[in-house]
Ligand binder design. Structure first.
Ligand code: HH2
Length: 272
């Protein structure tokens, strides 16, 4: 099934993630889940040991390392799939990269600690720089923007410059508008409708909106995260159309299929 955009499958090893918290806390269950996402066509896996949902409590560094490193090593032992580590903490990133991850997915855009940019450069890993306003515990308290798309793009390019100044190679950087991170539902929709200022910066763009709460503002019946598949697929298709390079999703099989059908329709249109 051909498609241009890559699919990143989410493997959360947390008790409290907003959509799958606690489901894969056991290492064996998490590994089975990772295997399933690989079989379903994921191009890469994003492993996370700390929830970033609004209101989430921070996790101790040692606990986070203990959650993610055995899983990353186990995935690495049986698959070549690219693995990213979803963490803001340099010590966790370092341990995860040592265990076999090759990408640091940082929702604070290497801003959580001053040593982060130099560490990313030293490790030579890929880096996802995501936009967030505030911190997860408080980020949804009345976020305000003038022009949200322009402000997010300006933040991301500034963080890319910080990373590159510290020695991270340009081609290792990905940018992410941070859907749901310090943004109202309206901000999220505007960002999805105007990904172009971010895509125009010339870095690959990652969009992570799978099962997120703002889908419920459009379909109020989608109270449970499991009920947001249709909305999540619509966002993945819109992200692909807007030129995103990667979508970060929970439902890999359905997303891969939707993107492949979209690509096939587009190809048929090109050849008629
Ligand atoms: N969203 C979440 C976590 N990490 N990383 C990037 N780059 N972009 C995102 O949009 C993003 C992210 C939140 O989703 P999830 O992992 O499902 O939940 P939780 O943070 O509660 O573990």
């Amino acid at each position: 099934m051909s498609r241009k955009i890559q699919v990143m499958g989410i493997v959360n090893v947390t008790p409290d993630s907003f959509s799958d918290g606690g489901r894969y806390l056991d290492e064996g269950a998490a590994l089975d889940h990772a295997r399933r996402l690989i079989a379903e066509g994921a191009d890469m896996l994003d492993v996370g040991g700390e929830s970033t949902r609004p209101g989430a409590e921070p996790v101790d560094e040692a606990e986070e390392i203990a959650r993610v490193t055995p899983l990353i090593a186990a995935i690495r032992a049986e698959s070549d799939i690219a693995v990213s580590i979803d963490t803001m903490k340099p010590a966790v990133a370092r341990a995860a990269i040592a265990a076999g991850a090759t990408i640091w997915n940082d929702v604070t855009a290497l801003g959580w600690s001053p040593e982060a940019p130099a560490l990313a450069a030293e490790m030579g890993c890929g880096v996802v720089l995501m936009h967030m306003r505030g911190v997860p515990r408080t980020m949804q308290a009345a976020p305000r923007y003038g022009d949200v798309a322009a402000e997010v793009a300006a933040f991301l390019v500034a963080r890319a410059e910080v990373a590159m100044a510290a020695g991270v190679a340009r081609e290792r950087l990905w940018l992410d508008p941070g859907i749901g991170f310090g943004k109202t539902a309206a901000h999220n929709l505007i960002l999805l409708a105007h990904l172009d200022p971010i895509v125009a910066l010339g870095f690959p763009v990652l969009v992570g909106a799978s099962r997120k709460g703002f889908i419920r503002t459009i379909d109020p019946s989608a109270e449970r995260t499991d009920d947001r598949l249709g909305g999540s697929l619509a966002i993945a298709l819109a992200a692909a159309t807007a030129g995103a390079a990667i979508v970060r999703v929970h439902d890999v099989r359905e997303t891969v299929q939707a993107l492949a059908v979209q690509a096939a329709i587009s190809d048929a249109g090109d050849h008629d």
